[in-house]
Design a protein around this ligand. Structure first.
Ligand SMILES: [Zn+2]
Length: 357
């Protein structure tokens, strides 16, 4: 059945929306015929690596392989966006962290960080030619390759570390947890530096045609940072960041973000991506139309380990509970069977056909 909507620009058949239009309309909280199903978090799956030959760890560092693996999650299993990269270490390494490269099924991890003590923070600065740094160049080149290989109808989504995550990488988690109480002004310096880096890097991605940037910033969430500190340290930086971004933005916070949902909705991001620990019905009420709610089927419990029938059941429940974009609650586990992701995608269509739409 076609759904017709009249706008000042003339009528539009909503069922004729391209994947990109449907994705962007959803972020903008406009009417759509059905919500998109995709992942705004990592999509590198070992089965796809085997099929395409674009394997981790090379696919983190080789733009061609990164593009190939990212596109495969759309073309071979039906996710309705192309999302990359597959790790959270690009900015961290660019700013001076030491990173080990990971393996076929583990992501690159931080080994060492530059700010061991508070005095180290003053010596830290953003590289003059940030966008020409090695890891960022890889992502920018991968973006160009994806844009050249992909139909313009498919949304391109890039993940980058957020300000709190950058601060935590730079000073290590122990200093982060201590300084947020004992020296919030020092942490604030690091978070502000993170905001500047995010803004410059995200806008470079938008310049190259990325449709949405996902700010991965779990270190701002209640699992690490007490909610009153979210209000004083994080919210002003998010408002500054979103004001200066030249494209669509999504905030992803891992863990149970329930206690900061209201502030997340006031931060200026168009999309809020949350884990399964957040109750979507409750989140929809709190957010109350201020952002598009994205989530939140469990990648570790459900997508990795449950049967296609149970995956479909949980995915349909997410739509019922108010998801504006159906997505995993966090990064897809690399060993997830691709059949499970296909079932996840199929659940969206089944939901609407069962509803008679
Ligand atoms: Zn997460």
């Amino acid at each position: 059945m076609k759904i017709y909507i009249y706008s000042t620009h003339g009528g539009v058949w909503l069922s004729d929306l391209s994947l990109k239009e449907r994705f962007i309309y959803s972020l903008e909280r406009k009417k759509v015929d059905k919500i998109p199903v995709c992942s705004v978090t990592q999509t590198g799956i070992v089965e796809l690596m085997e099929i395409t030959g674009a394997k981790w760890p090379d696919a983190h560092y080789d733009p061609e392989k990164m593009a190939t693996l990212a596109i495969a999650a759309h073309e071979l299993i039906g996710l309705e966006a192309v999302r990359y990269p597959f790790c959270n270490t690009v900015i961290a390494e660019t700013l001076g962290c030491t990173i080990e490269t990971g393996s076929l099924d583990t992501q690159p991890q931080m080994l060492d960080f530059p700010c061991k003590k508070k005095e180290d923070v003053a010596g830290l600065s953003i590289p003059d030619k940030l966008l020409e740094s090695k890891r960022i160049q890889i992502i920018l080149k991968a973006t160009d390759i994806i844009k050249s290989r992909l139909s313009d109808d498919v949304p391109v989504v890039a993940g980058i570390l957020g300000p709190a995550a950058i601060a935590c990488y730079l000073c290590g988690v122990n200093n982060y947890l201590r300084w947020c109480i004992t020296s919030p002004e020092v942490l604030n310096e690091l978070i502000a530096l993170g905001t500047s880096v995010c803004t410059e890097y995200a806008n470079a991605l938008f310049d190259r045609g990325v449709d949405a940037v996902v700010i991965i910033d779990s270190e701002a969430g209640p699992d690490l940072l007490p909610p009153p500190l979210f209000e004083s340290l994080i919210l002003p930086q998010y408002r500054l960041l979103t004001k200066n971004l030249n494209g669509h933005s999504i905030l992803h916070i891992c863990g149970d973000a329930t206690d900061v949902l209201d502030m997340m909705a006031a931060s200026g991001f168009e999309g809020l991506s949350v884990e399964e620990k957040v109750n979507l019905t409750y989140a929809s009420q709190v957010i109350s139309g201020r952002a598009c709610l994205i989530g939140n089927v469990s990648p570790a419990v459900t997508l990795l380990g449950k049967s296609p029938e149970n995956i479909k059941k949980e995915a349909k429940q997410c739509i019922e509970d108010g998801a504006g974009i159906l997505a995993p609650g966090c990064g897809i586990a690399p060993r997830t069977p691709i059949e499970n992701i296909r079932a996840f995608v199929a659940a969206r269509d089944e939901y609407y056909s069962e509803k008679g739409v």
